[in-house]
Design a protein around this ligand. Structure first.
Ligand SMILES: NC(=O)c1ccc[n+]([C@@H]2O[C@H](COP(=O)([O-])OP(=O)(O)OC[C@H]3O[C@@H](n4cnc5c(N)ncnc54)[C@H](OP(=O)(O)O)[C@@H]3O)[C@@H](O)[C@H]2O)c1
Ligand SMILES: [Zn+2]
Length: 350
């Protein structure tokens, strides 16, 4: 059995995960209010721009049948350091001070430059006993997408591909199904947890993918496709369904007649700074997480430029013989799961 603080912090992790699909560049955060070893209320950050986890925890407490006296001298547990800046909502440190919390227990520090320990300092200066780094290996893992966004001013980048037993992404010029039905569904879950998804021109042409979440619940990501010379036909599924798609092109956007109103063109020069400029564009558009689904050239570009925080590889038992060669990863996987015949490996790089 875990010691109390750790047990309660794990509950905040569970709550935080409920928000992952909708918080965008904000952090996924969970919070609970505890008194005399009883959880009085719970909250999590549900959606970008909406109430923070601590606010929801206090709201739920106020909605309960407790007396005013019960609300005092509570311990607040939160998966991430409370914010101390007024943004789209008021600072949570103020809310905590106003609610006579005696103890705050935190897992991870929020690396947002104006927070980064200042939230803890404000609470301690107000005489609130503050404990940090409880189960922070897990807490940091949950907070890392936001922390990368805040520190590096770009989305958290996950590269994903499926590979045959003999090391190929696909046959040449032909869509090749490698993932089984279980890992396919897992990929759709990953899509629901990312704000945007990116593919290269050849993948769009060869696979004609939809890049949505039809095999899982949750929002579909913004689809982004590289198309330097605008050689992709209007008939692709990406351009004919109802979901938004960005086309990154070198063509001047004012000369382009849009395919339909779900398609937005962005003009970026396809030079050595392409990916850097694209990341700037995504940062400004508040895209917190990016899933890169290939093909080989696009994945290779991200790897070469060290623009990858995580890699997820689905290894199938199919043998192709020859085809598009998958990128090679030298290090050992940090985590591996089995999805029936497929092996899914996770590499954490940041
Ligand atoms: N197994 C999997 O998980 C998986 C996933 C995705 C794709 N695939 C397969 O991979 C194959 C396509 O891979 P691919 O390597 O040929 O093509 P790709 O990476 O999908 O697209 C490459 C093309 O994108 C454009 N591009 C422009 N700037 C780029 C940059 N900085 N980095 C990369 N690309 C840039 C170029 O088109 P321009 O020449 O027009 O500039 C380039 O030829 C398909 O057969 C597909 O089925 C497999
Ligand atoms: Zn807050």
């Amino acid at each position: 059995m875990l010691a109390d603080n750790r047990l309660y912090i794990h509950r905040t992790f569970d709550l935080s995960r409920l928000g992952v699909q909708n918080v965008r560049s904000n952090p996924a955060v969970g919070s609970i209010i505890v008194k005399n070893n009883v959880i009085l209320s719970e909250g999590y950050h549900k959606k970008f721009g909406e109430k923070h986890a601590e606010v929801n925890a206090f709201d739920n407490l106020h909605n309960s049948q407790l007396t005013e006296n019960d609300k005092l001298k509570v311990t607040l547990y939160v998966s991430l350091e409370p914010c101390c800046i007024v943004g789209k909502t008021a600072a949570c440190t103020e809310l905590i001070k106003q609610n006579s919390v005696t103890n705050v227990v935190i897992s991870s520090i929020d690396k947002t430059p104006k927070v980064d320990g200042n939230g803890v300092a404000i609470l301690e200066n107000a005489g609130i006993k503050t404990t940090t780094n409880i189960e922070s290996v897990v807490g940091d893992q949950i907070a890392k997408t936001r922390n990368i966004f805040a520190i590096q001013q770009r989305p958290y980048i996950t590269l994903k591909w499926a590979v045959s037993q003999d090391g190929f992404l696909s046959s040449i010029g032909k869509q090749t199904t490698l993932s089984n039905q279980f890992s396919k569904r897992l990929v759709h879950k990953w899509r629901s947890e990312n704000d945007a998804i990116l593919i290269g021109t050849n993948t769009a042409l060869t696979d004609n993918p939809q890049l949505n979440t039809r095999h899982y619940f949750g929002p579909s990501p913004l689809r982004i496709v590289l198309d330097r010379t605008l050689r992709l036909p209007f008939s692709l599924k990406l351009f004919t369904d109802e979901y938004p798609v960005w086309i990154i092109t070198e063509q001047p956007t004012n000369t382009i007649h849009p395919i339909n109103d779900t398609v937005t063109y962005h003009n970026i020069r396809f030079d050595h700074a392409l990916l850097k400029n694209l990341m700037d564009l995504l940062y400004k558009a508040n895209v917190g997480t990016l899933l890169v689904e290939g093909g080989a050239q696009v994945l290779g570009s991200f790897i070469d430029e060290n623009l990858c925080d995580e890699i997820r590889i689905i290894k199938s038992n199919h043998i192709i013989g020859q085809g598009v060669v998958a990128p090679k990863i030298q290090q050992k996987a940090d985590e591996t799961i089995q999805m029936d015949s497929d092996t899914v490996s996770f590499y954490y790089l940041s």
